[in-house]
Design a protein around this ligand. Structure first.
Ligand SMILES: Cc1ncc(COP(=O)(O)O)c(C=O)c1O
Length: 439
């Protein structure tokens, strides 16, 4: 019987929402990358492994253990044994993280306002599960969107709707219109999810004026902003902009600070900052405690050994990662610059008339750049470009909730070398040239 069910999955033995989510486009890209291993891939936004320096993390663990033993007056082996145990749901390095957030990000959060989660993915899951009612609440998400939130909401049947990526004042107005539209239908916009710094997939940075306007709107209509900051350390133009959370005087922002891009993804750590208090039937709760309750039902606690490694890194660096990040930031800026230079060279509008209709943005940070082309990009194009031109990109339509991005492609430049960027863009120009000419 079990064999039969497993060998014949159908909508009545598994969650039918799994099948209503459309195609697994990311699975498709992984397949293409596996099938054409010699192609240069601009598809995935993986961080560059040369900055992981994994070998240093056993030292960080050791440092954390020695420090805890000294501070708590315990034997080191007892501290180690404790790391192997079940642990506090909110985390074991909250004191250290609180100092780091203040020093590097000007965010004031007491240790008990912080949850150390298993990546931003778990923080999204805990945040939405704790706050949202499937029937009455609506989640607004910048579209095109990071699939981590859209797919989570869809598979769990939460109401999710698109708003434009916040690039000007009209996007703020669009949010207000959506809120009022839902109010009329008796629904509440409970959460607005944004990536102010170097949005995935567009590379957009939210201006300071728009940050303030969004906060004012949240105050006025009483919604929670989920600020997803996975790329904020990778700024290439000037100093980093203040995060929404650091500007948030009214406690409207829940801050999700993934360490996957800053440190490395297999650490699976995110710093979730929840400073709100909530009144539930006349009783006041710290929202972070309610989030911790939900987390207890999801992952129980985040692996303590990974937390200890990061805690050790913070202790060794006196709670600031600024100097450690400088090298990574410079390396990634070089890649961004190389990409812009290669695009200017191989899509030179002065010397090649077919290139006149091609344009691209110039992201001020992050891992992604968007190219606009005068034709619709299909999955067949991705396969043909990988096979013939030996280069892989992501069609932007993969990131839209419904329609959009048909004439755009995303180039992730984080996990390719400068040489690969040069060669890859030359190859991409050959592909695009042939498409434009055959139109
Ligand atoms: C916007 C955004 N948030 C978060 C993450 C990372 O999530 P996690 O911390 O679960 O690895 C990514 C990775 O691609 C991302 O693009």
């Amino acid at each position: 019987m079990i064999e039969k069910i497993i060998s014949q999955p159908s909508a009545d033995v598994v969650n039918p929402l799994l099948f209503s989510m459309g195609e697994d486009v990311m699975g498709f890209l992984n397949e293409v990358q596996l099938q054409y291993p010699n192609a240069i891939s601009f598809a995935s936004g993986r961080p560059d492994a040369k900055y992981f320096k994994i070998e240093q993390f056993s030292e960080c663990l050791d440092y954390f253990v020695k420090n805890s033993a000294r501070e708590k007056g315990l034997e080191e082996n007892i501290v180690l044994e404790n790391l192997g145990q079940y642990n506090r749901t909110k985390g074991i390095i909250n004191e250290e993280v609180s100092k780091y957030l203040l020093l590097d990000e000007s965010i004031k959060a007491a240790p008990e306002d912080i949850l150390i989660t298993v990546g931003a993915q778990e923080a999204i899951s805990i945040g939405i599960t704790t706050l949202c009612d499937r029937e009455n609440d609506v989640i607004l998400v910048e579209d095109p969107a990071y699939i981590g939130i859209t797919h989570f909401a869809k598979i769990n049947d939460y109401k999710i709707e698109s708003i434009p990526v916040i690039a000007d004042e009209s996007s703020i107005k669009a949010i207000e219109e959506k809120i009022l539209e839902h109010q009329k239908k008796g629904k509440k916009v409970k959460v607005v999810y944004v990536i102010p710094d170097f949005q995935n997939p567009t590379g957009n940075s939210m201006s300071l004026a728009n940050r303030r306007q969004l906060l004012a709107l949240a105050r006025l209509y009483d919604f929670v902003i989920f600020e997803d900051n996975a790329y904020g350390d990778f700024y290439y133009e000037k100093d980093k902009m203040p995060t929404l959370k650091s500007l948030d005087q009214n406690h409207n922002v829940i801050y999700l600070r993934s360490l996957s891009k800053t440190i490395y993804p297999s650490l699976r750590l995110c710093l979730m900052v929840v400073t709100q208090k909530v009144n539930v039937q006349g009783k006041i709760f710290a929202l972070s405690d309610l989030m911790a309750k939900t987390k207890g039902y999801v992952t129980v606690n985040t692996p303590s050994i990974m937390q200890a490694m990061f805690g050790g890194l913070l202790l060794k660096n006196e709670f600031s990662l600024e100097s450690l990040n400088a090298e990574k930031r410079a390396g990634m800026k070089e890649k961004r610059d190389q990409l812009l230079e290669s695009l200017n060279h191989f899509f030179n509008k002065q010397t090649q008339s077919w290139a006149e209709s091609i344009s691209w943005n110039s992201p001020a940070g992050g891992f992604f750049l968007i190219v606009k082309v005068p034709f619709e990009i299909t999955k067949e194009d991705v396969i043909r470009c990988a096979e013939v031109n030996k280069v892989i990109f992501t069609p932007m339509s993969f990131f839209y909730m419904d329609k959009g991005g048909e004439n755009e492609l995303r180039l992730a430049f984080s996990n390719v070398t400068s040489e690969e960027i040069k060669n890859g863009i030359e190859r991409l120009s050959e592909f695009i040239k042939s498409k434009v000419r055959n139109q």
